[in-house]
Design a protein. Structure first.
Length: 256
């Protein structure tokens, strides 16, 4: 990873419910506990009004760095709901009057927080040069101009965005090997961790980046980079040894 990052934007995402579908699930829609990198770059493209499937090259892994932190002691919970979707043969029933299938039931794993508190994530966006897109993103966040809107994985789960701060080169300290970490960490940067009963470290296989597919019936997108990502379930600081970290304000973060 290039250690030179000239600018980092920090903002908070919050909402009542979320669902970040695991890429390898089919019949049941399981959810990641934190938004994968692919969700964050999709969210940014929505704010900037970049059309779907046209932002992958713009926000590739070299041009844009992403990190996610769970606020300390925020325990996000999961609950499974049964939803009735329209069956894929529903069109035949409406248009041709054939068939009886109308609904298809699916289990959906929802993220939520108990009582009256919202789900929250702190997002860090970094780049190794202050390009116009990052500056435009900062302006829109400050003005609360969210373009097409911001959602927590699915359109029915609306999210709010709060700009927190931005950091220039002089405010960013690169640490080749850090003993502490407050954010997610990809397997590339994870060396060792001091496990204890006080922390709960989870590991998930997550999509990191997509590519667009334009040929025939496969038109759409597919993941081209998948990595194991580590994080502490309640946002508590991890101790151990981690590569390619950055000290921003008082937080040790790693990009994935």
């Amino acid at each position: 990873m290039n250690s030179k990052i000239d600018k980092i934007i920090m903002f908070k995402l919050s909402g009542k419910f979320a669902h970040f579908r695991k890429f390898y699930t089919n019949a049941s829609s399981l959810s990641y506990l934190i938004p994968p990198r692919t969700v964050i770059i999709g969210l940014i493209s929505s704010i900037l009004k970049i059309p779907r499937d046209e932002y992958y090259d713009i926000f590739n892994e070299e041009n844009l760095k992403v990190s996610v932190c769970i606020p300390k002691n925020l325990e996000i919970r999961k609950q499974t709901q049964s939803l009735n979707y329209l069956h894929n043969k529903y069109f035949n029933l409406i248009a041709k009057g054939t068939g009886t299938a109308q609904h298809s039931q699916c289990k959906l794993e929802l993220l939520m927080f108990p009582l009256d508190r919202n789900i929250e994530y702190i997002i860090y966006i970094g780049c190794d040069h202050q390009n116009e897109i990052i500056n435009k993103l900062e302006e829109k966040l400050i003005e609360n101009d969210l373009g097409y809107g911001v959602y927590f994985g699915q359109r029915q789960f609306k999210a709010d965005v709060e700009f927190i701060d931005s950091f220039k080169n002089s405010d960013i300290n690169f640490i080749e090997k850090s003993q502490f970490l407050d954010s997610v960490c990809s397997e590339d940067n994870f060396i060792d961790c001091n496990f204890s009963s006080e922390i709960n470290i989870l590991a998930e296989q997550m999509p990191i980046h997509f590519k667009q597919i334009k040929s025939g019936k496969k038109a759409g997108r597919e993941p081209i980079t998948i990595k194991k990502v580590f994080f502490e379930k309640k946002g508590r600081r991890m101790e151990g040894e981690f590569r390619n970290c950055y000290l921003v304000d008082d937080k040790y973060i790693s990009f994935y």
